[in-house]
Design a protein around this ligand. Structure first.
Ligand SMILES: Nc1ncnc2c1ncn2[C@@H]1O[C@H](COP(=O)(O)OP(=O)(O)OP(=O)(O)O)[C@@H](O)[C@H]1O
Ligand code: SF4
Ligand SMILES: [Mg+2]
Length: 384
């Protein structure tokens, strides 16, 4: 369905194997796939450009024409009829497939010293008593239990695992949003755990976090301009007319019109909110970003746009990412290395191509086999 109309209807397997409508093709091409090449080989996801139009202003002619790669004059003037071929119906006069976008494969990056080095990180949460503090205290939660990894500058480590295995606690503890119980974290050679309050504030400029829920992480009472001006003022990076120019440039860099500066969070779509969250993290010119499930709340086409944006920003600004996710296909698309976490520990760590080609730990194998592939017959046989 697109812009209030069913644009294609077909038997499930046929629709996934050979979509007829360009919107269906775009949706399928937006999904990072375990059986597809990683981002390092084909660069970007082939998403759908632009945004869904407002329900109050459907475009004339074919409602999909402003975003359709096949649109021609007639599409702008005439609404296409719903062609009916029995089980297959599509609101589109032809069914050519999109050409795959495959620029040259990039070469392997040389080995460089780590920007982020984490050794033996531990965070346990004390067991709490039941309701109203009654009953016996529950067992201690060993959320992070001796985690170690390193990330080279400009690289992405994907941290994957099931819900509750401790991924977010790792990300927050590295940034000292939560105090670790033990372990060592260095960022560009600086020992994060040993820093006092003022030195930590200065280091915070260099390490930022983007959260999963783009709505909950934005202040509903602030305009976008105020949200972006705040970190600039706290870190004394810009004020007055210079701050306004920085804010406009940040919005443009994340693909938003500077006019959005006057908007509040509730006036933005999920993808736009996540772009504001990324702009806010970038405002202080960080080197290292913890991306805590940054696309899991977004639909697949917006997810592809945000993943492409993150890949572009990384290349342009040479950012280093810890990309936390439970979706192994998304991680395969964006990560150079992958660490698999289970019950507070990392059970396997490898370069992304090696981990996906030859998983060594049984838990990694079971995680990989649980990932759906957008070809119905193949997913069905994979789960047998
Ligand atoms: N502040 C806290 N107090 C007590 N327990 C906590 C706290 N924060 C997290 N936990 C517990 O620590 C464990 C790990 O939580 P964490 O949020 O790191 O998991 P996660 O892997 O990020 O999960 P998800 O994929 O659902 O986001 C969970 O059992 C959680 O309930
Ligand atoms: S009718 Fe035209 S604009 Fe609409 S989907 Fe088909 S080619 Fe694209
Ligand atoms: Mg989490």
């Amino acid at each position: 369905m697109y812009a209030g109309q069913v644009v294609e209807q077909a038997p499930t397997a046929a629709l996934f194997a050979r979509p007829l409508h360009p919107y269906t093709e775009g949706l399928l091409a937006s999904v990072p796939r375990l059986d597809g090449p990683p981002a390092r080989e084909h660069g970007r996801l082939h998403g759908i450009p632009g945004q869904v139009p407002a329900a109050t202003a459907w475009p004339e002619g074919c409602r999909f024409h402003p975003r359709c790669p096949y649109a021609w004059d007639r599409c702008r003037a005439e609404a296409p009829p719903l062609l009916d071929a029995g089980a297959w119906r599509a609101r589109h006069p032809h069914g050519a497939l999109l050409a795959p976008h495959r620029p040259e494969a990039s070469h392997a990056t040389p080995v460089t010293p780590a920007l982020v080095d984490v050794q033996g990180l531990v965070k346990h949460f004390p067991g709490e008593r039941g309701w109203l503090g009654l009953g016996r205290p529950r067992a201690v939660v060993r959320a992070v239990d001796g985690v170690s990894f390193a990330i080279a500058p400009g690289q992405t480590l994907g941290l994957v695992g099931e819900s509750g295995c401790g991924k977010s606690t790792v990300g927050r503890t590295i940034l000292r949003l939560i105090e670790p119980d033990a372990g060592r974290v260095t960022i560009d050679g600086q020992d994060v755990v040993a820093l006092g309050a003022s030195a930590l504030r200065a280091l915070r400029r260099r390490m930022q976090i983007v959260f999963q829920d783009p709505y909950g992480s934005l202040n509903p009472r602030m305009t976008v301009r105020q949200m972006l001006a705040e970190p600039l003022a706290i870190h004394r990076l810009a004020s007055g007319a210079y701050a306004e120019r920085r804010i406009a440039a940040l919005l443009e860099e994340v693909g938003l019109d500077p006019g959005f500066a006057q908007s509040y969070a509730h006036e933005l779509s999920g993808g736009q909110r996540q772009r504001v969250g990324i702009a806010r993290a970038l405002s202080v010119e960080p080197q290292f970003l913890v991306l805590d499930e940054p696309v899991s709340a977004l639909d697949v086409s917006v997810q592809a746009q945000v993943l492409n944006l993150l890949a572009d920003l990384q290349q342009r600004r040479r950012l280093t990412y810890l990309f936390i996710a439970h979706d192994l296909a998304v991680v395969k698309h964006i990560a150079d290395h992958v660490a698999v976490m289970y019950l507070g520990k990392i059970v396997e760590r490898a370069s992304a191509p090696a981990l996906y080609a030859r998983p060594r730990h049984p838990y990694t194998t079971s995680l990989l086999s649980a990932v759906p592939v957008p070809i119905p017959r193949r997913s069905a046989s994979a789960s047998c």
